[in-house]
Design a protein around this ligand. Structure first.
Ligand SMILES: [Zn+2]
Length: 282
């Protein structure tokens, strides 16, 4: 059975000048539609869902467009865009789908910028964290974006129900993720390390997780690890297909949420490769 895409054209309505702009997901959605994926339209996350992850003051400041940093502008109505993206992650969690909405989320911590980072790195609400708290089941979060998900780590560090495992370029933005802490396992990788080193590390990391305690796998799926992208680890389509197979081999209910990736063409193709790998074992 093909995994369903979660997407709303409403997420294309802001920030066309920014590198995290609408074109990246517009193009990806177009490619995935052409490849025959079924699409579902999400509803906005409720404020109650946001407050399971973020402090009330922070949610209020986003709502009033009062919080801004050099990476992460206070766009008009960004609260509604961010709430819809978080709702996409919730729907993905409910149906075992793949939300390809924007804005991304994994740099957003409880109060915004997380673990000492200077900016929120294009993120407003932590979509995957909202979805994981919404499901409220023991979850393994696999973060395959090329940047460390400092927001997700901050939110779940010490949470007995959640394991967070991240593979990211280091040293690089946001400057965190060089060491593992408690339930947060970090695997820093050198720039352009390539498929082979990446997949070896991926295998070692998964061998450290007690899968008997996990009921759900949630994937923070960024594609800026693609060779030449913003946090390139030199990955190729073969790499993404193999990552998909390794995730499927965990044999758990799985959902995926888009993070980074700044070429829509690559995102569309890489999502398809990853899911082809995933579905070959399902
Ligand atoms: Zn990234």
């Amino acid at each position: 059975m093909k995994i369903k895409m979660i997407f709303s054209e409403k997420c294309l309505g802001y920030g066309s000048w920014h590198i995290e702009g609408p074109e990246r997901v517009r193009k990806a959605a177009e490619i995935l539609k052409r490849l025959g994926y079924e699409f579902l339209e999400p509803k906005s996350a409720s404020e109650e869902d946001l407050l399971k992850v973020h402090d009330m003051d922070y949610v209020w400041n986003v709502k009033k467009s009062l919080v801004e940093d050099p990476d992460t502008p206070a766009y008009d109505n960004i609260y509604e865009f961010a709430r819809l993206s978080a709702g996409g992650a919730i729907l993905a969690a409910e149906v075992g789908g793949f939300s390809i909405m924007r804005p991304p989320g994994h740099h957003a911590g409880k109060n915004g910028a997380a673990l000492g980072a200077y900016t929120r790195g294009f993120c407003y609400f932590n979509n995957i964290a909202v979805a994981v708290r919404h499901l409220n089941r023991p979850t393994l979060i696999l973060d395959i974006d090329g940047h460390h998900g400092n927001g997700t780590q901050e939110i779940f560090q010490g949470d007995q129900k959640v394991w967070y495992v991240s593979f990211h370029r280091y040293p690089h933005y946001p400057g965190t993720g060089n060491n593992s802490e408690a339930n947060c396992l970090n695997f820093p990788l050198r720039a352009d390390c390539g498929d082979e080193v990446y997949l070896k590390t991926f295998g070692e990391a998964l061998s450290k997780v007690d899968l008997s305690r996990i009921e759900v796998v949630a994937v923070s799926a960024g594609f800026d690890t693609h060779a030449g992208d913003l946090a390139s680890l030199g990955l190729t389509k073969k790499g993404y297909r193999e990552i998909g197979k390794r995730i499927a081999a965990l044999k758990k209910p799985t959902f995926l949420v888009l993070e980074g990736g700044y070429s829509g063409e690559n995102i569309g193709k890489d999502v398809d490769e990853l899911l082809k790998g995933f579905e070959s074992l399902n």
